[in-house]
Write a protein that binds this ligand. Sequence first.
Ligand code: SAH
Length: 212
Amino acid sequence: MIDDRAARLRMVEYQIARRGMTELAVLEAMNAVPREQFVPEALRERAYDDTALPLDHDQTISQPYIVALMAWAAELKAGDKVLEIGTGSGYAAAVMAEIAGRVVTIERVDLLAAAARDRLHRLGYTTVEVISGDGTVGYEAEAPFDAILSAAGSRTVPPAWKRQLVIGGRLIMPLGPLGDQQLVKIVRNGEADYAQKTLVAVRFVPLVGGTD
Ligand code: SAH
């Protein structure tokens, strides 16, 4: 029997805080979400490993450190409205929901979306809405967003994502061809004024329908 709570605390300390990620809200969120509930049953003992893990349908749940890094880079704060592209297990959406206000998350694989919706509901994440569909067009019905985070990589930035940011909003996404992706942060400083910077090299699954 593994002690998930102890494993989670060790994860926060060794994989996140000791790598210089010391934003309290992010550390608390990572310590609050039961990651073992989001990985396939067979991989439960590895839920707090320092790595991404496979999900069904050839998808992956991101490495904890990368989830923390994205939440930090997005400068999430209480009350923020967030859009996530690529729900997967729902883990990152839960982490973001611990910090922000409403989280809308879009997943193109219907079975993953349904499973994540059930899981988030069961765990009490009532501020997260899981949408089945194609996230390359963002989610006009609830735009604009304070932050948009993509868990799938594309060679170019989908124009809808930039349009659906508030002024001052942050977009965090893996950008570049498969095998050479960088996590980037794009800030909308004005109506047509965007600033982009590169954070770190990453490996994400492709954004289907994007330009990977
Ligand atoms: N955030 C997830 C990780 C998801 S991996 C977690 O915490 O578990 C990336 C996900 O993006 C995959 O589930 C994949 O199906 C999804 N995806 C890829 N292209 C997409 C698109 N165009 N629209 C919505 N989801 C997409």
